[in-house]
Design a protein around this ligand. Sequence first.
Ligand SMILES: C[S@@+](CC[C@H](N)C(=O)[O-])C[C@H]1O[C@@H](n2cnc3c(N)ncnc32)[C@H](O)[C@@H]1O
Length: 606
Amino acid sequence: MMNSVLPFTVEQAAMATEYCQGFTDGISPGMQETWEWTRENFDDADKMSSLLQGATNKFLAQILQPKRILEIGSYSGFSALAWYEATTKQQAEIITLEIEQRMIDATKRTIERNNMQDRVTLIEGPAQDALKTLEGTFDIIFVDADKEGYEGYVRTVLDRKLLSPNGIIICDNVFSRGLAIDTNAGPHLRKDLVPYWIECGKAMRKLNEFCKNDSRIDSLVLPLYDGMSILKWKHDTDMAPSFLPLNSGSPASKLCNDVLLLQMPIEIPAEWKRKIESKYPGIEIRSRVLRLELGLEANKIEPELWKGVTLACLYLTHPEELMSNVRFIQLTSAGVDRWIHHERYKSPEVAISTASGIHCPQIAEWVISTWIMRNHNLLRHIESQKQGHWSTVRAETRDSAGMRIGILGYGSVGRQCARLATAMGMEVYAYTRTPYTSDKKAKSAHYSVPGMGDPQGQLPAKWFHGESRDAVNEFLRQDLDLLVLCLPLTKATEYLLGAEQFDILAQGKKRTFVSNVARGKLIRTEALVDALHQGKIWGAAVDVTDPEPLPESHPLFSAPNVVITPHVSWQSVNNWDRMLDILETNLDRLDKGEELINVPDRKLGY
Ligand SMILES: C[S@@+](CC[C@H](N)C(=O)[O-])C[C@H]1O[C@@H](n2cnc3c(N)ncnc32)[C@H](O)[C@@H]1O
């Protein structure tokens, strides 16, 4: 066949339509009813897709299996119904845009009649506005509104990368009843409509020229119905969100229908997103930057962005109803305190992982640096420096060689403290809740920064364990030079160090330096202040306090030999790369159906 279009007369075209419909599946009773009802109620019902076109859209969607569809131009909701029926398997989300009130009402009728409320959202108003605020990507975008608007819609979709890597844009009516091709090509048109369709035709020619020349996309214009063009990202451009290897033959990822939402204090690097999208074809990634300095209110995530989210990486809790589909939460904090009352956290169906391990290099450095500040009298020297005079202080100065560090809580932070202390010639005593046996399990299930810590538990010279206060007191009797608190705050560990424990430390042969990098409530603050004033301890460094923040002029500020920092020991520019490493490891494990890393014990609360 030389031409792609048969030279049908109007009568022959009607017969061909009937012929095709007769042999076509997918025109459901609901579609038939909506179509008939629209024809009976609206004079301009020719704006609606034909039954065969509805079936075509449905057929295409069944092959492409989109998870999100955007329709620009609902009219009476007939095409939205076709998208809806085609996507029951994957429960796709469908957003349809409509500006005209009578068509908004008609679409609402179709949505209600066909019970589409669960997955179809009708956004009322100009499509131009909606397109500026929509988030995420869509696998099918059906452009079927005002013809002059098409080029702008397509440009916005491409510029804002609203089209998913393997998604398609379908533009309907690109022939404009034939007048886009030739202004004489519509002899069958009603005379009064000719000027309108001539204008539409001009807009369509401009659209087609834009699409053909835009280096980001491939364009296919088909002589179907009133002309239909299909657009997709070019596969050799880096303009698209990312590309999936076509026909790679690799088995489908288990995450292919997942939507991952991240809220972290950084923009998620495009490179990381691309890597994840190509590892798990089909996964959709959405993100919001966390700006805690703006307060909780400013960090709410709009319901729109929560739709379909199954995997989340979060610091803050969000309303349970928005998170109802979430099956995995990667917390960006090492602790779970914020989450323990949240339904999603409590649900056994939801997998949880923490950020434990990402902070240990810097926290251990904080412990050692504050210890050195005290031993070398740096606080006093700095004070003199600030006053502009050569310090005359010649106080007792210590070095760490041969000293003993006692680490209460031998997790990732404790292990890195042990590593640094060992390098300085210290002896390590470690305290754990349960008896230390082998580290194999911890090693496979917990994140540690490569080359850091003590993954095999080889550094301690002596191990202690127990859940009782007596067991802890026994540990405190071990003549410790440096005592580091790096254990979680639970009911059992609350106020672990009070007046009694400072007395125990005072009775030993050494004067202990107490360092708290865990939680303020592990220590009774009044008892610490007393111990410092009475010289029961060599000094203290606290990055966490009770209360926190420490109120202005609190007695702890003016106690001797204490270093206080405002809960900052965890900070480092490297945190977020490490966080994304943990998340990636867990996505790998979810994909392979393996046990996750950094899974907290929900009963113990850490
Ligand atoms: C061709 S009809 C849509 C047909 C429908 N998709 C179907 O297949 O049955 C175009 C619709 O787009 C709507 N429309 C026109 N301009 C619009 C705009 N700027 N924003 C949103 N909708 C618009 C019109 O009111 C009209 O209902």
